[in-house]
Design a protein around this ligand. Structure first.
Ligand SMILES: [Zn+2]
Ligand SMILES: [Zn+2]
Length: 188
């Protein structure tokens, strides 16, 4: 990944404004890595971000609009999936050791690596591309649906049920559901 390094000392007190789009190589690569798989479709991205220094930490505030061309998991139609990626995070300085912290006498947030509220930067810089990649990965939905109430395809004839019902006799799933309910009741 190309990366986009930002030096902490380059962040002015009034904040650093970053605008980027899919034409920016660092952003395009970060998005592709976050989406993963064999995703090779064109996509659109519009990122708007402010970066502030707050007492040794770096605060990121902004969002990215991402539009990816997808196949619906239910009806297999191709559609444009709109994803809003919130870009809100705090990067705290990562100290190599307690001793180093004492030596430097700096007071950053007390953080451990497992703390998900925070990201980290080491030394005098951080890679914005890496931060964005992680936030995009978190924002990608597990299921890709053309719409929340997509009816999907008929399991028998394959008709797209969003276009109307097919002639197949309705499969009655009630039996299985009732059995499950009984099982749960018995357990509790
Ligand atoms: Zn669908
Ligand atoms: Zn059918």
């Amino acid at each position: 990944m190309k990366g986009f390094e930002i030096l902490i000392e380059d962040i002015p007190d009034e904040g650093l404004e970053i605008e980027a789009a899919e034409g920016d190589v660092w952003l395009a690569e970060a998005v592709r890595e976050a989406i993963g798989e064999e995703f090779d479709e064109p996509f659109k991205a519009q990122l708007s971000l402010s970066i502030f220094k707050v007492e040794g930490n770096v605060n990121l505030e902004g969002e990215m609009l991402l539009i990816t061309r997808r196949e619906c998991d239910r009806c297999l139609e191709r559609f444009d999936e709109n994803i809003t990626v919130p870009l809100h995070t705090v990067l705290a300085p990562l100290y190599e050791s307690e001793r180093q912290r004492e030596r430097e006498g700096r007071l950053g947030a007390e953080v451990v690596k497992e703390d998900l509220e925070f990201g980290f930067y080491e030394g005098d810089r951080f890679d914005l591309a890496e931060v964005v990649r992680e936030l995009v990965a978190l924002a990608i939905p597990m299921k890709h649906l053309c719409r929340d109430d997509c009816k999907g395809l008929c399991q028998k004839c394959g008709k797209d049920l969003n276009e109307g019902p097919c002639g197949c006799p309705q499969v009655e799933n009630k039996g299985a559901f009732e059995a499950l309910k009984k099982l749960k009741t018995r357990k509790s």
